[in-house]
Ligand binder design. Structure first.
Ligand SMILES: *Cc1c(COP(=O)(O)O)cnc(C)c1O
Length: 332
């Protein structure tokens, strides 16, 4: 079975497991896990920020971050297809009492003037816009990359208006590798970022929130209230450090494989920026079943669309096999 449901299905390699097994650890609640401390300092440095916090999941990274930006009843703007309002169980409302308002965007690619035009001030009636969240790459947009020019323009425009900016960077590594934009170039645009180690980078667990010293101190407290503090989790952080060393540049292979798959399935490869491929089909539930019978796993993305994701556990040969298996299935 060739599993293209998500890049989260990757399993830690032997070498990654060895790095985990030999990690130096301590009690992180006392700040004494040297491997977690090293991971946090490394990731903060990569994005040009002062501090970072290791968290169990991307959702927790996003949710801690937006809560450090937006108080209860404050407003957060994001894309209507953003993970934060699509796949996080209503967490902004549940945990933060945060009001969200959304913009629509083709392929998830933001339009700066649209977003700036939505910012509202407190006029005695409205909930003022305090924060904006941008997803890069954009999952439901098909792994699309937000152009760095747009991110810089948005960041500057929001700064002028006193509005804060968060990046859901679960797959920011893919954007970095696809465009060559330095991670610090992305980091400079945002007040907070959340980045995943457990997607294309292949670590079994973990995400990192990145921001200033003060915001990370606040996020640490919010994490503790959720019971998200961990003890000798340097074993997990070691997988993240290993992934940063070995599995970032190789994402280019996943991107090439996604384009190869697009070509074989008749999908316009100019819509494939990174490792995610969206295919329009007559009936996604039927397609997923037929694909499974043919030896390929994928997921429905609505009634008439499926998502295929390339990752480090599927090589080029697997992708060629998958393309041959899927090509005869009905596409829309
Ligand atoms: C996967 C994902 C997350 C959340 O990550 P988890 O570790 O599954 O909580 C957040 N944002 C985007 C865009 C994602 O794809």
């Amino acid at each position: 079975m060739i599993d293209l449901r998500s890049d989260t299905v990757t399993r830690p390699s032997e070498a990654m497991r060895r790095a985990m097994a030999s990690a130096d650890v301590g009690d992180d609640v006392y700040g004494e896990d040297p491997t977690i401390n090293r991971l946090e300092a490394t990731v903060a440095g990569l994005f040009g920020h002062a501090a970072a916090l290791f968290v169990p999941s991307g959702i927790m990274g996003n949710q801690l971050a937006i809560r450090t930006l937006v108080p209860p009843a404050g407003e957060l703007l994001c894309c209507s297809d953003a993970h934060i309002v699509t796949y996080e169980g209503g967490a902004p409302a549940w945990h933060g009492g945060i009001q969200t308002r959304t913009w629509a965007a083709g392929r998830g690619i933001l339009d700066v003037d649209t977003v700036l035009g939505m910012v509202r001030e407190d006029d005695g009636h409205t909930s003022p816009t305090i924060g904006v969240a941008v997803e890069n790459t954009h999952n439901r947009g098909g792994g699309s990359v937000q152009p760095i020019k747009a991110l810089r323009a948005l960041s500057g425009g929001l700064r002028d208006r006193g509005v804060l900016l968060h990046c859901d960077g679960a797959r920011i590594w893919n954007a970095h590798v696809a465009t060559g934009t330095p991670l610090a170039g992305y980091g400079a645009c945002f007040d907070t970022l959340s980045v995943c180690l457990s997607k294309g980078l292949g670590a079994p667990v973990g995400s990192v929130m990145v921001s200033s010293v003060d915001r990370i101190a606040l996020a640490r407290r919010y994490r503790q209230r959720l019971g998200g503090q961990m003890r000798q989790a340097g074993i997990l952080a070691a997988a993240g450090l290993f992934a940063l060393r070995h599995n970032v540049e190789r994402l280019a292979e996943d991107h090439a494989n996604a384009r190869l798959l697009a070509g074989a399935l008749g999908v316009d490869s100019s819509t494939v920026d990174t490792n995610i491929l969206l295919v329009d089909v007559p009936d996604s539930a039927a397609f997923v079943k037929q694909a499974e019978t043919a030896g390929v796993r994928c997921v429905g993305f609505g009634p008439v669309r499926v998502r295929l994701v390339t990752h480090l556990d599927v090589g080029r040969d697997d992708v060629v096999t998958a393309a041959q298996a899927l090509a005869p299935l009905p596409a829309g």
